[in-house]
Design a protein around this ligand. Structure first.
Ligand SMILES: [Zn+2]
Length: 392
């Protein structure tokens, strides 16, 4: 989930957080990633390290052209080293179609507490029969593994004592960068993702403490991004490129259309949301001719709300929160969203909506300190329904 408003430890992170807060409040002011000329990098080679882990061969770089067509391949990609000298490996599935076609990459686990993103990608991959496909689908499932090992958003590392780093502010990374997280991002992006990808989808969910609905984050002014996002039967789209350093913007900078689906709530499997994103992803494959079949439900069927801003309502006090709205509710300016009480049960604050729009996220804990996001509202947009409204 990208909405997290956090104050980081470093100056850079504090500045970035302030910019993000300003951005989240206004929806303007962040530079939009520019599509670069699609510079064709030199052909990358597949390098097998010679290791086999749990029966899977290990690569330190991959060119999916080198893999046998018409088959599914399970590999480990060797990422950055730990401080014990061992490596963080990343799990890779490649469904290499019998015939050539688009190369689509699915990623999950950039944040470590977002389990429905992983199950969405696993489910999609389980439904592919490479022998009947035209094109290649690559899945990379557990990119920020140390964060996943402890079911938390950020990557724990030891640069200046114990640190937690949000990997989704580090892309495209730097193989020679400051710290393990930047290096992991650089290795994964340069040697695995970018060389093998025509279109990319980086799956996320809400975050611990903030439940979200089923929605996308992406820039609707980019035709292929819009086409892909509208192929999902989601409740809402945040029509916005979001922040620098997120994986989908690193792809965009490399000339690869990409966006971020948010697959419901964090930590546990959100089966309803997963089914929405599995259907949408299979629609994308059908649209681009990777697999046969009829397109299923899309955003044209869901009265999707497309908003330019994600407007947060922050707690002004500490205390116990009673929410009066739920995910996907439509709200109007001035509508009461939440009541906050102290330990005596006295009402300390009431929160109303500053905008009209659709509820995209709600705090999942029943208490809050001041400054936390209680609710965010996708706003400054409109609902879109019926076929043709946003079709390409
Ligand atoms: Zn996330």
């Amino acid at each position: 989930m990208l909405m997290k408003l956090m104050i980081g430890r470093t100056h850079r992170n504090i500045v970035q957080s302030l910019v993000i807060i300003a951005f989240a409040l206004t929806g303007i002011g962040m530079p939009q990633a520019q599509a670069s000329e699609s510079a064709t990098p030199a052909r990358i080679s597949t390098v097998y390290t010679g290791d086999v882990i749990n029966g899977k061969k290990v690569v330190s770089s991959l060119n999916t052209d080198d893999l046998e067509a018409g088959k599914k391949h399970l590999l480990y990609f060797r990422g950055v080293q730990m401080s014990t000298g061992q490596y963080w490996y990343v799990s890779v599935i490649v469904a290499k179609g019998a015939k050539p076609g688009k190369r689509i990459t699915l990623t999950s686990g950039v944040h470590g507490d977002e389990m429905s993103s992983v199950q969405t990608v696993q489910t999609v991959m389980s439904q592919l029969n490479a022998a009947e496909m035209s094109g290649t689908v690559m899945a990379v499932l557990d990119i920020a593994r140390p964060a996943m090992e402890s079911m938390q958003r950020r990557w724990p590392s030891s640069g200046r004592g114990f640190e937690l780093t949000d990997m989704n502010r580090e892309w495209p990374g730097n193989e020679n960068g400051l710290g393990a997280v930047s290096r992991q991002a650089g290795l994964v992006f340069n040697r695995l993702l970018r060389p093998n990808t025509d279109l990319a989808i980086d799956f996320h969910t809400g975050t611990t403490g903030l439940d979200v609905s089923s929605f996308h984050i992406g820039d609707m002014s980019r035709p292929e991004v819009k086409t892909m996002m509208m192929l999902y039967p989601v409740a809402a789209i945040w029509d916005n490129p979001a922040y620098p350093g997120v994986l989908h913007n690193a792809y965009i900078d490399a000339g690869i259309p990409s966006f971020t689906p948010e697959v419901g709530v964090a930590r546990r499997l959100d089966l309803k949301a997963i089914s929405i994103f599995v259907e949408g992803t299979l629609n994308v494959f059908k649209h681009y001719g990777l697999i046969p079949g009829k397109i299923g439900h899309t955003a044209a069927d869901t009265n999707v709300y497309i908003g330019k801003n994600a407007t947060p309502v922050l707690a002004t006090q500490g205390g116990f929160i009673e929410l009066l709205v739920k995910l996907e509710d439509d709200v109007t300016v001035g509508q009461k969203l939440a009541i906050q009480r102290n330990a005596f049960g006295e009402v300390m604050a009431e929160y109303t909506s500053p905008v009209s729009g659709r509820i995209g996220g709600v705090r999942s804990d029943a208490t809050s300190e001041p400054g936390n996001v209680l609710v965010f509202i996708l706003a400054d947009g409109a609902t879109v329904s019926g076929t043709g409204a946003y079709s390409e």
